[in-house]
Design a protein around this ligand. Sequence first.
Ligand code: TRP
Length: 365
Amino acid sequence: MKVMKTFLRTLTTGALMLSLLAGCTNGPTKETSTSTNSSKPTSSNSSEIADNTSNATSNQDTDDILEIGVIQYIKHPSLDTIYASFEAQLEELGYRDGVNCEIDLKDAQGDQSNCNSIVQAFKADKKDVIVAIATPAAQAAATVAKDIPIIFSAVTDPVEAGLVTSIEQTDKNITGTSDAVQVDDILDLALQFYPKLNRIGFLYSTGEANSVSNLQKAKEFCEDRGMQLIESGVSNSSEVQQAAQVLFTKVDALFIPNDNTVASAMPMIAQEAIKAQIPVFTGADSMVGDGGLATNGIEYTALGAETANMVDKVAKGTPISEIPVKVFDDNLSIFVNENTAKALEIEIPQEISSNEHYVVKNTNE
Ligand code: TRP
């Protein structure tokens, strides 16, 4: 608490104070956080923590700094976008990494045990707030760090994931932002492209609660319309390629929800899909940018920025119970990869391309 109060005073005294601080605070530099960024979280982690601890004892001003531990479940374009907009908004709000805050970003590389050791280290480090990007990271944080405020980012179904009692009721130490996937809208979009669609494949990682919740929705959609849903679950990224290849022999189209493990392998799946001439509909715009055919969804920059706004509230003393989960489920756009459409030799139906929310999202754009 002392940290928060001192920090608050620092933040509210304005720009002059900030620039003074820049001169006198011997805080961690930007380089520190960039280098921790790419480091392996497990084995090298302990030495980083040791370094941080020695910084803390040798640096009298460390208590003036808001210490933010950020755990990103895995690297893929969507989570990277979320982190970039989170960081940009923090800066907008007056937080300067290495000056009046310290952002300790760790990549869990899609591994649950990495998640656990990273949040254990954040706990040992007494971070003021933990930011957890994606569901498995948030679940690890919630399990391990029960007395540190946690702001999760882009958790598809925070209730199903066991993080909050309800969207309105944040009665534990955790709240955040949610990217509810519009499963029905995406599958309706698939039917606009292919009105005779019958067998839909569903590729996901069984360990991701976000995908399991979407699987349920996809099943209901297909049942209601007498369509077949053929699911294939993987337990890690090394199984994705083969699972995709097998599914492509059985389905008319593939639907991939916003599954982190599968998203990280999306460029490869997109190539396989073109070879098999099967369209892939996805749970997020980034996967369209990585070669999927289309989705109906949100822009993730706003979600990353709101995650930073919530950290700001926590830093200013607002209790988590007064910060409801913010679900991003409006301002949806239809994202289509026109290069993929060409490679699949299909026309984009007029009713789709003339939609006012139509966005072209070609590979590498
Ligand atoms: N919603 C995902 C989760 O709950 C995280 C996520 C955000 C994601 N954007 C994505 C996953 C894009 C795959 C693709 O963990």
